[in-house]
Structures are given as C-alpha cells and as structure tokens.
Design a protein around this ligand. Sequence first.
Ligand code: C2O
Ligand code: CU
Length: 459
Amino acid sequence: MNRRTLLQATAAGLALPPFTVWADTKNPTLTAATSEIQLLPEKYGMTQVWAFDGIAPGPEIRVKQGQSVRRRVINNLSVPTSVHWHGIRIDNRMDGVAGLTQAAIEPGDQFDYDFVAPDAGTYWYHSHSRSFEQVARGLHGALIVDEAEPVDVDRDEVLVLDDWLIDPDTAQIAASFGAMHDLSHAGRLGNYVTTNGKYNLAKSVGRNDRLRLRLINASNARIFQLALDGLEGWIVALDGMPLSQPLPVQDTFVLAPAQRIDLIVDVTADVGSAGHVVQLDRNESFSQVAFEVMGKSTRARRPAPLPLPPNLEAKPDLSDARDVTLTMEGGAMGGMRGAMMGGQMSSMRDLMRSGNFWAFNGNVGSMDGEPLAVVPRGETFRLKIRNDTAFPHAMHLHGMHFHELDQNGQLAAFRDTTLVARGETKEIAAVADNPGKWLLHCHMLSHAASGMMARIDVI
Ligand code: C2O
Ligand code: CU
C-alpha cells in the first residue's frame, strides 16, 4: 500500500493490516491499462481493450494449493479500479470490492494483494469497480490453484469463454455501458464470442489423449449451453470444487456467468478430424475450441477418471440452520411497482430515472445498506432465493462456497455461483466460516449495477 491508498483506507474506516513489511515486499505486478489486441479476424484490425498486462483475458495466475498469491496491482487506467479473486475463500480485506473491502485504486495508484489460496481448483480474477464496464472491456483472467499432487492427465487447458459487444463499423467495443435495455432485460449480451480472446481457437492433440479442460465464463450475461463432440468427458468440478464422483457428460451442460466447470475429456475423434467443445445457441452450434487430432493413434483409451481430491469443507448442519429469504423482483415485464431506495419508497419511474430496475426483498440493493443477514461465525445459514422476475439470474456469494439444495432439501453441488431460472425458487446453504462483509449479487453485471446486490455479514 502506498501512502495515498493508506490514507484513503483509513478515511474509509477500514482496519489496517497488522504488518508494515508489506510496503517493502517485492511483489510481482499486475498492471491495468488500455491496450490493443487482435480480437476480431485480422482484416478488421485491432480492438482497444482495458487489460491486465496488455492482454485480454489477462495473464493466467497459477499457484499450488495453500500457497500465497501476491500481486501489486498498478492502475494505469484513467478511472479507479480494484481486483476481486472470484471464488477464493479469502481474507475479507483482500476481496477487492471497491467501496466495501477497500478504497478503489485511483489512477496512478497501486494496491498490494496478498492472500492464501486454500482450495485447489479453477478460479478467476476480475475488476470489481464498475464491473459491468470494466469486465466487459477485458479486465479479467484465470486464477488456477493446483492440487498438491498432479492429476493424471496429458494436458491442462484453461478456456476462458467470453462474449463481446462489438460495433461492426469500427471493430471497437460498443461503449453503450449502462444502456437501459441491458440494465432492465437479460444484461449486456455480446455479438462476438471468443475463447481465450480468439474466435477460432485450435490446439493439436493425439487421439485418446486425456485433457483437463477448465471452462470459465467471463461474459457479462451470456449463459452458455455447451456440449462435447469428438470428446468423451466427465464433469469433475464445479466452481473449483471437486464432485465426489465424476459425472459423465451425456448431453448439454450449462455455464452461467462467473461459473466454472472442470472437465476431464478423452479425445475420441479420428486422426485428421477434431474434437470440439460446442456452444449451442438456438438452433445453431459453434466450436468454442477445436482439438485437432494429429499423428498416429498409438495410445489406448484409459479407464474412467478418479474423482479429484476433495478440498476441506465444513458441512452445513441443516437441522440447525438460520433461515434467510431473498425475493428478487423487478426488471422488464416483472410487474414491480416500486421499491425502497436510499430509505425512501420510490416509484418504478423514480427508480428508472436513477438507473435502477431490480429489488431484493423490496429494496434496491447496495453494498453499504443494511445486510441481508448477520450470521455468527460457524453457524449454518439456509438461503431461499425466489426469482419473481422474467429473467434468469446467476447469484454469486463472495467469501464462501455454498451447497445448492436439491428438491428434497438435501445437499447438492458445492459452488459459488448458482443460476436461478425465472419463476424458480432455489435454496442454498453454507457454513458461515469466513468472517467479513460479503457481497451476494447477480453476476449478470448490469443487474448488479441496477439493484441486484446484497450483503451477508459474518461476525
Ligand atoms: Cu465475480 Cu462480486 O464477483
Ligand atoms: Cu440478474
């Protein structure tokens, strides 16, 4: 921390870190700045992005489980920023939420992030300041935490799926951030879909190679419907957390904004053809990545993969859980008449004037209002999320993973982002084992910016 951020942090009333050695530690840097990349096919020229270290997605950060991640984030943009480490059970001071867990990093300023990555798996980092704009402009990257013992695969491939809204006349990112329609409907949907910043990503493999694919959805609002072709696969982890048994991929699977899926796949396509991760969009399908099968096939198929080693987790005790309800309302065709905003009952018209369209439990959400719940450390809470809107929402809780509960109220997938379909009621449960102020928000980032934000305080 330099002096300026320190003063800001003090002004904001945040606790200061107990060690001053920080100022002297040499940290690897991660620099946010504008950059030009070849995002579109070459004939269109370069596109300006906001990027970490000049590339979008940003550089892959990879550490071993239990190790520290240290990055000095330098802000060379002309606007404030911050970095959130999505899905890490992190020290609250390092969570990167500008305006809640730290002051934003002003232009020309820097901030030292330093935290332990307790769980192996696939995570990501992204701007958490005006994220509906900054993430869409390219400020995000993969954060991979390797298991203590290497997993038995031939290759490990990180695949960051994104969609961009490009103005076809200029080949530049459309600057329509905060457009009413995006805020009030499904969010900012792009017209150009990439994997690792490429529309035609291809890699060469051998037949029967076994690959670990780490899919990350970095888009603002697009819900990917995916399938495998020429690959036989198993889902082995969701949002970083291993499944107790690998789940064979039979059909299509869904990757909502901010979610991750780890697959282990065997290449079954013939030599000279390719295996694909396929994106299905209405009646069309597109290749998100092609694995071109080269050489002679000498390798034999292997038996089905073993589960990944589990991360340590506290199991929620549902018999003694604190119940919390979250009703989501608003948006286009949602029929909401009004909601509380800044302590005042406001009409839908007044909400719209201030760029707000959604409410949680009748309140336009904000990060600094009353918390949705205050939970003593170690207690289990069960959250019932009711979606009374006409759109799906990908709800993300910071700081802790939660279990989705199945139809019978039993513990199901362990994750940090859950997709709640329109009209659906979904329950999740978590052990509040990480103290701090944690955001709970929709990861359709335009929705988070227009009312879909709440906080859970663990004390
Ligand atoms: Cu990935 Cu609050 O976000
Ligand atoms: Cu939403």
